[in-house]
Design a protein around this ligand. Structure first.
Ligand code: DX5
Ligand code: ZN
Length: 219
């Protein structure tokens, strides 16, 4: 049975002077997850926010499932602060050199779900060795660093391949897509096996965020 679809609005596209209000708007629209993009200016050429922002969002009343996407060269150094700040899922990229397996294990030991992420240029085979250690695989459908980019349709084949491994091996991880996702591109990804949808620009620019979230839930 495929997982039911989940929408994770990306706070990166929210109002950075009023992040709590943007998080609240996403929750009120009915999106169960909130996607938090953490950037270090090294792994990606941009900066965003850190663990204190997550803690402050929790204090301000954010109740969503915090889906935390670490775009960091040394993610292993920041697992604990993010877990303490209220992250419930922590995803780390496969590309930098660090102890991937040990870091994924540590994420679970801290009581969080673990995720592995791969960039558009990274073949699916790179994450194959850790597939039985993760709760989520995030396939980037743009080069990470910035919101508002165009969906990379050539990533659909990668989704099909990873979804195939999931079925063959009877694994239960969620398959998430991030970058250029709107209802139309989400439907293409859903048909290729994705079940978890990050939406930044399309969500925060939607005229009716409640209807937008409902359309994703009905996919
Ligand atoms: C890109 C981030 C995304 C970004 C997506 O580096 O990982 O989560 O916020 O933005 P949109 O949905 O605008 O492509
Ligand atoms: Zn992201």
């Amino acid at each position: 049975m495929p997982h039911p679809p989940i929408l994770a609005p990306s706070l990166l596209a929210g109002d950075h002077a009023h992040l709590a209000a943007s998080a609240q708007a996403a929750g009120q629209a009915g999106a169960p997850w909130l996607h938090l993009d953490i950037m270090d200016g090294h792994f990606v050429p941009n900066l965003s926010f850190g663990p204190e922002t997550l803690a402050a969002l929790r204090r301000a009343g954010a109740k969503q499932f915090f889906d935390t996407h670490l775009m960091l060269d040394e993610p292993q150094r920041y697992i604990e602060p993010f877990a303490q700040a209220g992250a419930q899922l922590i995803s780390v990229h496969i590309e930098p050199a660090y102890d991937h397996a040990g870091t994924l294990k540590r994420i679970r030991t801290l009581g969080c779900q673990s995720g592995i992420v791969l960039n558009p240029g990274t073949p699916a085979g790179a994450i194959e060795p850790v597939l039985d250690q993760v709760d989520l695989v995030l396939v980037m459908t743009v080069q990470p660093g910035f919101g508002g980019q165009s969906f990379r349709r050539d990533m659909l084949a990668k989704l099909l391949q990873i979804d195939g491994w999931r079925r063959e091996r009877n694994l239960k991880f969620r398959l998430e897509v991030d970058g250029g996702i709107d209802l139309a591109t989400a439907r293409e990804c859903r048909a290729a096996g994705a079940d978890t949808f990050v939406a930044g620009t399309s969500f925060f620019r939607a005229a009716d965020p409640g209807a937008f979230a409902a359309a994703f839930a009905a996919m």
